[in-house]
Unconditional design. Structure first.
Lengths: 604, 188
């Protein structure tokens, strides 16, 4: 029986279109949009104007409550809105025009969809009477964005517009968050209609995501945890999305039980990396101890993670001897990749709260003997020192560069936020940088979008003007959205771009080296810009470190610049990212850096 | 051309997992009848590589603008579970019911079958139609259009029978299905 059906008292699709109420405020569609955004708490919107959204830009021109950030390409607007959303916990908002504006936004939407980032993207559309005529800058936006949004709308009646905007925000932020597109034809933006405020908005009455856990399942889960000999918490982005309280509760529960905790790429920061229970990230480039703990555990407590293929490795050999508890707000995540013993459909914070209550009420205690043994085992794995790398006296190792960055970030008194692009540098950042608080780490996990980091950093810095915001980048990724340098300069955002420059698409090169017979097909960039001059050309600051001796000075200088700054760190070209679980392998078959030479390339 | 010999995977993805046996399911989906809703439901099937064997859709509740979509699909039990939960999270979907696992149900399909024939074959066509309780709804001196209702198997059998008698065209509605007894989808 569907959960929606259970709760359903009446099936009224939408409260039938309103007759104008006596007091309803009449205004144009464009005014409604701005009004509704303000009512929804939007203070910053990332966008790019064009013919089909000019009426809304007229209202932005007049509005004192919404700050518009002009990006240099619509893709940048979406990633910036993602950075803003992820670092604040609010809904990110973007505004783009029809046709190419909307199609450029698609990558950002797909990215937000896979990483469950709440976004509302307003797209202009050609006037209603031109839809379907192949008009100038026409694209079937709702058709194109349907599979990469949580929901989308084409507004055909100005009287529905305000309700649609309110509902879009509700859908974007509730349940499993995600992106929502509102496609607004230009004539609707001009037309007059009645504004509806958020409270009176007509919505899909049956859209009610379940957030409260089933207490029977919670009790069963907690009893199982209390009996565990080799337990492990496996947490994910759901803990971050649930809000800061979920992270607090996770910390409380981990301390209460003394269980080890690991997290996905998206969940970093929910549990502080400085605590002793922290095993590091798990998955393809996760730590040895985290992956072995996952493989050998007898009870796995998954809070808000979704058994992604980069986490599980080979599914038929994934954690073969464990009973699995899975807390997820999205019922479709449960049993999708891995069979679950105790499924709990709920918000992470609600579930954690309930679990802690039960644990305390029943007076449960972790099995002390078993835990001593388990931790002894974990410490043996830890002693492998899996993130070790060979240091060099002159050549900068990328890991070393990040260790130094970490050193300076830890000394810094400001709040620190890290974004990344995608590739080796992203994995190294996840391994080497300190993540002690939620919402401080912005990375493209699910979609793996190169070019995400710089615009995301712009969004983060807009939301946190006084914070230290750094985009850890590769020289290939950064070029995918380098134009947002110009945005950062325009809004005086002192974003730092820390490029680990090895002139290769590092992760591609690593796979080619290990799995494709060293055929380095098209992964070397023969022509790169001079990043120092490039930064200066945009009006920013460019710095470069070529040797170990230069590194500290350059990072120190970067920490204190007042403008957007590119640091071009020329790193070892041949360094690979380890540990690594090769494809088709299980968690206990991971390889470490010193083993790399002995790695049988014909196996995979 | 891909070599028929399976090479060892060099993909960045794990090898294809072994799957359980496939079974056919009939899903009844109650949705808000709003623009794009059918595309949302269908897109979910195609986007995730699932097959639709039959699809029937019409508005069933005019006051509240609700439509009922009946989809027949074949897949492993895991797939059916997955598609159900995926459908359930679409905003305009009110309820998803897997009729084939939730108890007894009745399924019917309607077909219009055009047969062009003369002489002895014409008489034979009428005789077969009678046996299958198909009705002739149009007739010329050289053709019949039969209307037949029943399970998919029955409709298939009738069409097979008409083949040698001069079958020229078929139009089928796809399956409509409903559970037996008092149970209903949604609250009407």
């Amino acid at each position: 029986m569907s959960s929606k059906a259970k709760k359903q008292e009446s099936i009224i699709a939408k409260i039938t279109p309103s007759k104008p109420k006596a007091k309803a405020k009449e205004m144009t569609g464009a005014e409604m949009v701005i009004n509704a955004l303000v009512e929804q708490g939007v203070d910053t919107i990332f966008g790019y104007p064009g013919g089909a959204v000019l009426p809304i830009y007229d209202e932005i021109f007049k509005s004192k409550k919404i700050k518009h950030v002009l990006v240099r390409q619509e893709g940048g607007a979406l990633h910036a809105a993602e950075g803003y959303a992820r670092s604040t916990g609010k809904v990110g908002c973007a505004l783009v025009t029809s046709g190419p504006g909307a199609t450029n936004a698609v990558t950002g939407l797909a990215d937000a969809m896979l990483d469950s980032i709440p976004l509302v993207c307003l797209t202009g559309q050609v006037p209603s009477f031109l839809i379907g005529t192949d008009a100038f800058q026409e694209a079937d936006t709702v058709g194109i964005t349907r599979p990469c949004t949580k929901h989308n709308y084409l507004v055909k009646d100005v009287n529905e517009l305000a309700s649609v905007v309110h509902e879009a925000f509700h859908i974007a932020r509730s349940g499993r968050p995600g992106p929502v597109v509102i496609d607004i034809p230009k004539d609707i933006q001009f037309a007059n209609g009645d504004y509806v405020n958020a409270k009176e908005a007509k919505m899909h009455t049956h859209y009610r995501p379940e957030t409260e856990p089933d207490m029977e399942a919670i009790e069963e889960a907690v009893a199982l945890m209390a009996s565990a000999k080799r337990p492990v918490f496996y947490t994910g982005g759901g803990v971050i999305n649930s809000g800061p309280e979920a992270s607090e509760l996770l910390r409380e529960f981990v301390k209460l039980t003394g269980f080890p905790v690991t997290s996905t790429l998206m969940g970093l920061g929910a549990y502080p990396a400085r605590e002793k229970e922290w095993l590091g990230m798990l998955g393809m480039h996760g730590t040895f101890e985290a992956n072995w703990a996952m493989h050998d555990c007898d009870v796995m407590i998954n809070i808000g993670a979704r058994f992604d293929d980069r986490v599980t490795g080979r599914t038929d050999k994934f954690s073969p001897n464990s009973e699995k508890i899975h807390v997820d707000i999205d019922a479709s995540s449960i049993n999708k990749n891995i069979q679950i013993d105790i499924p709990i459909v709920a918000d992470a914070a609600s579930a954690l709260r309930a679990m802690i209550d039960v644990w305390k009420k029943k007076g449960y205690k972790a099995d002390a003997d078993a835990m001593t043994k388990w931790w002894a085992q974990i410490n043996t794995w830890r002693s492998k020192n899996c993130l070790a790398y060979k240091k060099d006296k002159t050549i900068i190792k990328p890991q070393y560069a990040l260790e130094r960055l970490r050193h300076f970030m830890e000394k810094d008194k400001r709040d620190t936020y890290v974004t990344t692009e995608v590739g080796q540098h992203q994995m190294w950042a996840a391994q080497f940088l300190p993540f002690n608080e939620p919402n401080r780490w912005m990375t493209s996990g699910g979609l793996g979008t190169m070019g995400y980091g710089l615009p995301a950093a712009v969004g983060v810095q807009m939301a946190h003007p006084d914070a230290f915001v750094v985009d850890v980048a590769g020289e290939a990724s950064i070029l995918m959205n380098i134009q947002e340098m110009s945005t950062a300069v325009q809004y005086r955002l002192p974003v730092k771009i820390f490029i680990l420059n090895n002139q290769w698409m590092g992760m591609v090169r690593q796979w080619q080296e290990l799995l494709h017979g060293e055929r380095y097909s098209e992964s070397y960039t023969e022509s790169l810009p001079d990043f120092v001059k490039l930064a200066e050309a945009y009006g920013g600051i460019g710095l470069r470190a070529q040797t170990v001796d230069e590194l500290d000075g350059v990072i120190e200088e970067m920490m204190n610049t007042d403008r957007v700054t590119i640091v071009d760190v020329c790193v070892d070209q041949k360094e690979n990212c380890f540990p690594m679980i090769p494809s088709g392998k299980a968690h206990n078959e991971m390889i470490l850096s010193p083993d790399a030479a002995a790695f049988d390339k014909t196996l995979v | 051309m891909v070599s028929p010999k399976r090479r060892k995977s060099k993909s960045v993805y794990a090898p294809t997992p072994t799957l359980s046996a496939e079974e056919t399911h009939i899903l009844a989906i109650l949705v808000n009848n709003e623009p794009g809703v059918l595309a949302r439901v269908i897109g979910l099937f195609s986007g995730r590589g699932y097959n639709i064997e039959s699809l029937t859709v019409a508005e069933t509740n005019h006051t509240d603008h609700l439509s009922r979509i009946t989809i027949v699909s074949t897949g492993t039990p895991e797939f059916i579970h997955q598609i159900k939960t995926q459908l359930d999270r679409l905003v305009p979907v009110l309820e998803v019911s897997d009729l084939s696992v939730e108890g007894d149900f009745v399924e019917r399909e309607l077909a219009l079958v055009k047969v062009a024939c003369t002489g002895e074959k014409r008489i034979e066509a009428l005789r077969c139609a009678d046996i299958f309780r198909a009705r002739a709804v149009d007739s010329t001196l050289e053709s019949f259009v039969f209307e037949i209702t029943g399970t998919t198997q029955k409709v298939n059998a009738f069409i097979d029978l008409m083949e040698p008698l001069g079958l020229v065209d078929v139009s089928r509605t796809g399956i409509a299905a409903i559970s037996r007894g008092t149970k209903a989808i949604g609250v009407i």
